[in-house]
Design a protein around this ligand. Structure first.
Ligand code: FEO
Length: 397
């Protein structure tokens, strides 16, 4: 695959990772792979905005060479320290000895602690600009979106925002622009990316978007560091971020459970019937056959979640622990939740689930639903009523 012209004098020179299936270690799934986007700006001066994950350095260098000899690069803009974007900076600098690295003060600290290089570094802050010829690169610090070092780079002449991780999606594709791929799949991936990475930072997302809106900067294109470039209706993803950050959601319930010998599963099915009877949509995920990252992505726009587990050793089935741990960290906004599950003698799973949901900042809407051993006909009816009543709360929220 060649370098791709994004706009006059601006080229995509990144890399497509078709194989990666988990990100941030094994934190969440990337079923569709990802891209590491680098952009080459060729004006009187030449800048590379971000690099790629180290195993893809040679690919990126080859794409740069298609456009300019790398030794002509004057600046390497490091919007973010994380290794999927900074991992090839050292390689670029080997071929571009006069290049200066540009980033925030926290970026300088972070890069030196990652790569231990004695690089020529220019620290920038919000509002700083670098003259390039026909264009200027302008910088906007974006601390904690999603690391303390994060920054956006903006080119006024092209109304082009390069916000690094923000507005990204984990999609490997031979296409580079949003209008070239299926929009529904794109928004699902953009939402999953938001939920799994940016959810706990939602108040900062709102603040940063409002700050940029106040500056009244024109944005015709958003070129993130993962996935496709938002060329057609770029503000659609900004509006989606605002919606997600504010916790706006649809009247839908996720029922997520695991079961030891089938009793909790019987409860789940009756609960789903109850939810459906109230004309509220339910989506069911059994753990561990369902993917945790997908569930979190789906929760982004669902108002409610019911979590169920059989009791074992006075607690939950361990298969549910990673999801509950994730939710505690991600702190989903504006969700209504409750717990259910079966037990043999001393219960315990309900208490553990409720404590986790509380720690995740969710409202616990109704008394939990527990059943001793196998649910009988009356208890199945109670589970049905439990689902119906939960759905009514969702419908009226
Ligand atoms: Fe895609 Fe925070 O790195």
């Amino acid at each position: 695959m060649s370098s791709v012209k994004v706009l006059d004098d601006i080229y995509w020179v990144g890399a497509v990772d078709w194989d990666v299936r988990t990100f941030h270690g094994f934190t969440y799934s990337t079923h569709r792979g990802t891209t590491y986007n680098s952009y080459l700006i060729v004006d009187d001066k030449i800048a590379l905005v971000d690099s790629v994950y180290a195993p893809f350095a040679a690919e990126m260098m080859a794409r740069i060479r298609e456009v300019v000899p790398p030794e002509k690069i004057d600046y390497v803009i490091a919007n973010h320290v994380e290794t999927d974007h900074s991992g090839s900076i050292a390689e670029v600098l080997k071929h571009a000895p006069k290049a200066k690295v540009v980033g925030t003060a926290r970026c300088k600290q972070g890069l030196s602690k990652h790569y231990f290089g004695d690089w020529d570094f220019q620290v920038v802050k919000t509002g700083d600009e670098i003259e390039f010829g026909k264009r200027k690169l302008k910088f906007i610090e974006a601390p904690m979106l999603h690391w303390p070092d994060s920054m956006f780079t903006y080119i006024e002449k092209d109304a082009l925002l390069m916000p690094n991780d923000a507005f990204g999606q984990h999609i490997a594709t031979s296409k580079r622009f949003n209008d070239e791929i299926d929009e529904n799949s794109l928004m699902v991936e953009a939402g999953k990316y938001y939920a799994n990475i940016l959810w706990p930072l939602s108040s900062l997302v709102i603040k940063k978007i409002e700050e940029v809106q106040k500056q009244e900067i024109k944005i015709s294109m958003i070129a993130p560091s993962h996935g496709v470039i938002w060329r057609s209706t770029p503000m659609k993803i900004v509006e989606a971020y605002l919606r997600w950050a504010k916790g706006e959601s649809e009247k839908r319930v996720l029922v997520v459970y695991d079961t030891m010998w089938g009793s909790t599963e019987k409860m789940a099915r009756a609960i789903v019937d109850g939810i459906s009877s109230a004309n509220v949509e339910a989506k069911v995920y059994r753990i561990p056959s369902s993917d945790r990252g997908d569930i979190i992505g789906d929760l982004l726009e669902a108002k409610g979640i019911l979590v169920g587990s059989s009791t074992i050793n006075n607690g939950i089935l361990p298969t549910l622990a990673p999801l509950l741990e994730d939710l505690k960290g991600l702190k989903p906004r504006g969700k209504i939740s409750a717990a259910f599950g079966s037990y043999g003698w001393a219960g315990g799973s309900i208490k553990v689930i409720e404590e986790s949901l509380r720690q995740a900042g969710m409202e616990i809407a109704s008394p939990s639903m527990s059943v001793n051993w196998v649910p009988n006909k009356e208890e199945i009816q109670k589970c049905y009523e439990f689902g119906k009543s939960f759905a009514a709360k969702i419908a009226s929220s």
